[in-house]
Design a protein around this ligand. Sequence first.
Ligand code: ADP
Length: 552
Amino acid sequence: MRATMMEEPLLIHRFLERAGRLFPEVEVVSRRPDGSLHRHRYGEFFARAHRLAAGLAAGGLDKGDRVATLLWNHHVHLEAYFGIPIRGGVVHTLNPRLAAEELAYIADHAQDRVLIVDEVLLSVLEGFRERAPFSRILVANRQGQALPAWAECYEEVLARAPQELVYSPAGEEDPVGMCYTSGTTGHPKGVVYSHRSTVLHALASALPDSVGLSHRDTVMPVVPMFHVNAWGLPYAAVMVGAKLVFPGPRLDASSLLELLEGEQVTVAAGVPTVWLRVLEALDAEPGRWRLHPELRLIVGGSAAPEAMIRGFDRHGVTVIHAWGMTEMSPLGTLCRLKREHQQADEDTRYRYRAMQGLPMPVVDMRIVDEKGEVGWDGRSMGELQVRGPCVARAYYKRPDAADAFTADGWFRTGDVAVITPEGYMKIADRTKDLVKSGGEWISSVDLENALMGHPQVAEAAVVAVPHPRWEERPLAVVVPRDPPPGVEELRAHLAARFPKWWLPDAILFVEEIPKSSTGKFLKRALRERFGRASWEELKAQEEEQQRRAEAG
Ligand code: ADP
């Protein structure tokens, strides 16, 4: 027997078409580098996405050609997200914070044929343009600089393009876009998303127990559009017809708070380091910004500390913890409490809310422990593996990286996690960041979050340092607030929460913790800086720091 339903492919074309027809009056607001706001409506977005598609086609874009973007978050980037794939092109977002060598490698590996670049990012392009394969470069958001001889003006390309609908026929397995992981080891690896995976991810992420999106929402992706498609939010927001607010390049706390207030944002998303700064600003001047009473922040990319979730609650802002990966489109889990946990006591509620959460309906998860045994029982800690229609089955042109995928069809996340009996997933660490002491694992994430729960700690990262007897021991690197806490006070703070053998052997203060191009703690840099020292030296540093503090 066969089902009698239409075999209409799942294409993102329909999101654009629906938004253009049903919500032409909904606004798209973008903050320019000078702080002024650009505003237009879905009606214009719809027309301009089609003109971009036509302009690319006029320049000879073939089906499957890669079109790279080197753009901040704004309306042009949104046009690229839709205008490129509706004409058969593949959006390849480049991260302007990467080194020129990496950008050259990625653009060459993807064989990007066209580039759309912000005028303010031309200096980044200069660093690798001659090594990149672009045959056409369009400069967007021009503010008066002369156009280089090798470039075209994005606005002129759109102005010249015919005003007609230019959807290319496509199958749901055809590519929409691609992203490269930041590649902490070896070369970055690319993932290619299909129409089908993009549509399913948008549908699943808009569900009330996921991000929870409606056309009445105002959505601000703070997470860059070059960081896994801003977690898919632009696709999901256009799908439901929500108002969009793009912050442009300035992500400091007061710029963000001004936008959150000015546009009455209801959903914003970004990494914890961004929101920690916002929380500090709110704490410093409570009541200064009148935020929307239903504002919720989707926080992921690295673990959201429980103290941060509590902190935002004090200002009436709800944090929703999320976990995902480039290889997963990227959302995997969101932490929405089940009924029984919503009714639990306050401490239990926060403990659960700080977990990474429940898998979206399109995601399967399992834990594989060190012996290779598969567990769902909530007790085993081990590698988290995932499967589903929005999960990559391979890396783009990287047969050497096939060991990330298991023979029985799962993707190995490289994260070590536990799944509680109720189904909540909790990340202990990235495999390479775990501290292995005397044959037992210590979770650096748990220690960091507890340290960041101390009122005099702004940021904390914990790394493993080799130890002659225990193999490895934890070192905590802390950015203190003023006045700095005493080291013994921090130890006592941890001792109340963890077994004694978990406590860091040294706690060192630094002015800043180095961050990756996507705003995560760069633990590799900390290991390079501290990992070669002996424990005697590290402890001597801690004592010296203590003496200086006591001397005032
Ligand atoms: P990269 O950081 O290498 O650029 P991704 O952005 O794909 O790549 O990062 C995915 C990784 O980020 C996950 O495997 C996990 O280690 C970490 N991560 C993401 N969200 C969370 C979270 N909520 N808690 C802890 N770790 C997280």
